[in-house]
Ligand binder design. Structure first.
Ligand SMILES: Nc1nc2c(ncn2[C@@H]2O[C@H](COP(=O)(O)OP(=O)(O)O)[C@@H](O)[C@H]2O)c(=O)[nH]1
Ligand SMILES: [Mg+2]
Length: 198
């Protein structure tokens, strides 16, 4: 995937709001806060200088869906991260309504990329999200982020363990590093294949 253009289309704070560019396929990116989502998006879109997604300014601050048109080919939807300690139930509920409502829309995303930090125990929220996506029948790729932090032996043990633990198939899983660029082309290719399938 050669990136020719990335255009910010706007934000949405309500799952029933009109979504931008509904004519193009949408792909949503999800994961707990600090998982490396902004970094992955910037690596995927090759934004090293002009970043599209802000990297960890105030984690957990964003409660909105952000839409970016890529190449007039698809719309990347950056979902708000979840899993902050000690947020009030009302905040969690708001997040759930926004994200789950958007995912379930008939004109919602065609596919989802869910991010999991390869070194961390998946959170209950990760499991719930993957279950929800399976229920909706939404094609899902899972990026295991920050693989540069693993030694070779940790890698060969932890990646299969995590894949099994999350009941994923091997071809859904993409080891990824924003630091080394590992997984970037694989993710781009898998994502385009999912979009083209439909
Ligand atoms: N070593 C390493 N650190 C990363 C990687 N991706 C993100 N980080 C770091 O993890 C932190 C959170 O990254 P960010 O992209 O803001 O995560 P977000 O909250 O999910 O958007 C930052 O300190 C990043 O520098 C990676 O692939 N490798
Ligand atoms: Mg971020």
């Amino acid at each position: 995937m050669k990136i020719r253009s990335v255009e910010f289309l706007g934000s949405v704070v309500d799952a029933t709001a009109q979504i931008p560019s509904p004519d193009l396929p949408h792909v949503a990116f999800a994961g707990r806060s600090n998982v490396g989502k902004s970094s992955l998006i910037n690596t995927l879109l090759r934004r090293t200088k002009r970043k599209v997604a802000r990297i960890s300014g105030t984690p957990g601050k964003t409660r909105e869906l952000n839409f970016y048109r890529v190449n007039d080919q698809f719309v990347l939807v950056d979902l708000p991260g979840f899993g902050f300690a000690r947020v009030p139930d009302s905040v969690r509920e708001g997040w759930k309504r926004l994200v789950e409502g958007f995912l379930a829309r008939p004109d919602g995303p065609r596919a989802v990329v869910h991010l999991v930090d390869v070194r961390r125990e998946p959170m209950p929220d990760d499991l719930r999200m993957l279950e929800y996506l399976a229920e909706l029948g939404l094609p899902t790729l899972v990026a295991f982020t920050k693989v540069d932090k693993l030694s070779r032996s940790e890698r060969s043990r932890m990646i299969p363990d995590l894949t099994r633990g999350l009941s994923l198939s091997e071809d859904q899983v993409i080891p990824f590093s924003s630091k080394t660029g590992e997984g970037r082309d694989l993710l781009a290719g898998a994502l385009l294949a999912l979009i083209d399938e439909e």
